[in-house]
Design a protein around this ligand. Structure first.
Ligand code: PMP
Length: 432
């Protein structure tokens, strides 16, 4: 059949790049929060593509922007500027607190983190990069060196000078006082280890304000201020990576705002392009000036691309006009209530966590021992897909028990409820 031929050709000609293999469907069309396979079957998208399609698939404003941009100004020499680039940089600055006012437009998340790490090295004159032990910042060499939620086996040597501290996971941390997560001791311990392992060249800490791929883990209140203090004491910069959390998804424009700290360098990607390859690095005038004085070079093929910048500008304008931070709060509350309700009825939901429209459930064999329910997680996602819902599993090596729910901000309430209903059924089917 035509389908068998498709999969046969895929097997013969595609490089397999993902742990779980390919989803067994041929997707032909996507619109809003809906995916359609070749038979016309509709699947609700709870991953927003690769956590990117913030406004749903083929949002009319994005379609119009791409059409217009590609027909009038598609791509330029890396040192040539155009309106969309300067507009987007200024628009980003308006959404951000001081001193974050200087921007570079790139294409992907890993690339934005490479640039941020290079700037941190140039600015501090040091090279060590510290991160959480469940971090995800990309698959390129420096961003990959700062990524611990993927296996590192087989890719050595790793960029030297990367160090880790424990991820402040309130559900699982072994640092507890009277049963409560003692994150301050955990952080102190982490930095004591960093200080012992450092060769005296600490440049920056890179952090997601809510670790997504690492298991939907939001550092507790107060944690980031304490982390910022640790960085300041050591002359390290704080790089915050909001690939997934940035631009309203968590109910704030930026997830760092909730933590009461301002990063030295902010990276944005996935959500900035709402499904298209657009990323940005934002920093202060002081850091930018010093780097530029020291000869900062990051002339990628698609730096300052007018098309990418035009899309980013449309995404920001659409979010602003639609007050989408409020949408994420409202729908996030609905999603969370739905998940807590499921937890009442499904013994194996050990934890419900997240913020806004970035939520996760952790599946366990037993709520007391918290033994991960790995196969169950895999079966639940497969059952969801059969029933018409796509969601995915956080990618910690060897852990298949944390499901991530991140639908587009434009999803309708009925679709959100239908998705929760499918998850409910799938949790039952997979337990049988
Ligand atoms: N940072 C974070 C927080 C991410 O989630 C991702 C992608 N999963 C990246 C960086 C890397 O982005 P990209 O895949 O576009 O390189």
């Amino acid at each position: 059949s035509a389908q068998e031929e498709f999969w046969d050709t895929a097997r013969r000609h595609l490089i397999r790049y993902g742990r779980g293999g390919f989803v067994p469907a041929i997707i032909e069309r996507a619109e809003g929060a809906h995916l359609y396979d070749e038979s016309g079957r509709m699947i609700i998208d709870f991953t927003s593509g690769q956590m990117s399609s913030l406004l749903g698939h083929s949002h009319p404003a994005i379609v119009a922007t791409v059409r217009e941009s590609i027909a009038t100004l598609d791509h330029l020499f890396s040192g040539m500027l155009s309106r969309p680039v300067v507009d987007l940089a200024a628009a980003l600055a308006r959404t951000l607190p001081e001193p974050l006012c200087k921007t570079m437009i790139l294409s992907t998340g890993g690339e934005s983190n490479e640039a941020a790490i290079k700037m941190a090295k140039l600015y501090t004159g040091k090279h060590e990069i510290v991160t959480f032990d469940q971090s995800y910042h990309g698959v390129t060499h420096a961003s990959g060196a700062a990524t611990y939620s993927l296996s590192r086996a087989g890719y050595g040597p790793v960029v030297p000078g990367n160090l880790i501290i424990p991820t402040p996971n309130s559900y699982r941390s072994v640092f507890r006082k009277d049963g409560v997560h003692d994150w301050q001791t955990e952080l102190d311990y982490g930095f004591a280890m960093v200080d012992r392992q450092s060769v005296g060249s600490l440049a920056a800490f890179i952090a997601e304000p809510l670790l997504s791929t690492g298991g939907i883990i939001e550092p507790p209140t107060g944690y980031f201020a304490a982390l910022r203090k640790k960085c300041d004491e050591r002359g390290m910069l704080l790089i915050v990576d909001e690939a997934q959390t940035g631009l309203c998804r968590t109910g704030d424009w930026y997830a760092f705002q909730r933590h009461g700290v301002v990063p030295d360098i902010l990276t944005l990607s996935k959500t900035l392009g709402a499904g298209l390859p657009v990323s940005a690095v934002v920093t202060s005038d002081e850091i930018e000036t010093t780097c530029s004085d020291r000869g900062f070079m990051f002339t990628t093929t698609h730096v300052s691309d007018p098309l990418a910048a035009a899309v980013g500008r449309t995404v920001l304008r659409t979010l602003e006009e639609g007050r989408f931070e409020l949408t994420a709060q409202r729908l996030g509350e609905r999603l969370r209530r739905g998940l807590l309700d499921l937890q009442q009825r499904h013994e194996r939901i050990g934890d419900v966590r997240g913020r806004g429209l970035l939520q996760g459930i952790e599946l366990v064999m037993d709520r007391k021992t918290k033994e991960p329910a790995d196969d169950y997680g895999t079966h639940v996602t497969a059952a969801c897909f059969d029933l018409g819902l796509h969601l995915n599993i956080a990618q910690l090596p060897g852990v298949n028990s944390i499901l991530r729910l991140a639908p587009p901000l434009t999803i309708s309430e009925p679709d959100l409820d239908t998705g929760l209903g499918i998850l409910d059924q799938a949790l039952t089917i997979a337990a049988e």
